[in-house]
Design a protein around this ligand. Sequence first.
Ligand code: FEO
Length: 395
Amino acid sequence: MRARKIKNGIEAICCVHWERRLFDSLIPLPDGTSYNAYLVHGSEATALVDAADPDLSDDLMGALAGIDKIDYLISQHSEQDHAGLIPAVLERFPAARLICSEKAHDMLTSHLQVDSGRIQVVADGEELSLGDKTLRFVYTPWVHWPETMCTFVPEDKCLFSCDFFGSHLAASDLFVTDQALVYEAAKRYYAEIMMPFRRVITKNMEKLDGLDFDMIAPSHGPVYDQPQFILDAYRDWISARMKNEVVLPYISMHGSTAKMAAYLTDALAARGVKVQLFDLAVTDIGKLAIALVDAATLIVGTPTVHVGPHPAVYYAAHLANMLKPKLKYAAIINSYGWSSKAIEQITDLIPHLKVNVLGTVLQKGLPDVETFAQLDALAATVADAHKKEPDVATD
Ligand code: FEO
């Protein structure tokens, strides 16, 4: 692992975690991830922006082996995948000051047991001179913790953004070389951890609009040397605009719910509504989260276990509620053996979704002609609602 130049006097140390497949014991990482730290060499002082995950200690500390002096270690975010190696870096460079936001001070002392005597808190907009380079700290709270900040180097038009604009993507490429690949990984990342904070991210984007940068260096995934691409993507994701799409997560025990979900998918498609169908028995929840970024409607399909929804549906409904996507509409389709309260229980699971419930279809046992007629009617109602909703693009 060696540092690589991204600008004159600025180097990236990309600790690439090729084999990692799960984050927070929750989030699937089909393409691995990376933890990027950045060396900023000024004429009078050197700073390291972020550290890395302790799992890749050898990578980060190996890249720093030839560095004589670090004056400032910048902690943009206190979560352990970036801050976990801060104690090791501070030990290796005993004169280094640890720079962080006001709210990060407590996190760094409690989560990492950093000596508070090493910490220097900076205010929003405060600058730190490295001689011929300046670090300007820009508070960007809730991407996705309350203490997060970006670091801007005006002389080099470089913005360090930590999680903000990041992508879980293991790559040997320093810069984005395949925009489609990075778009998918960045959208997955946004969906899983940024989407609940869409409104505050909008404010943070406005704040960044005032900065003149031509490079975004995140702490996950490749560096953006054409940052407009990811800025445009974020603007789209956080906007009110939705797609003429239904996300339909379902699970089936004996085939009835699966038949209903398949019929409804066909009925919606026939009316020009795109459907993303997820069998929760085999679904990558990251894919489900990505689909929720843009969709106008969520339709949940569940069989009945005892009298409630299948536990996998509980999980998916809770996840959707937690991620707070833009969704405007919802519906539930349910089959049961002898009794069901599944529809009421699912409705109770999604209080954060400000949706109009367009309908429910409840079926005892196998769907029949009457069930299919109800599903056709539901599909027509969804298509009609999408046409009337100004924020849904149906052309
Ligand atoms: Fe990449 Fe929130 O840590």
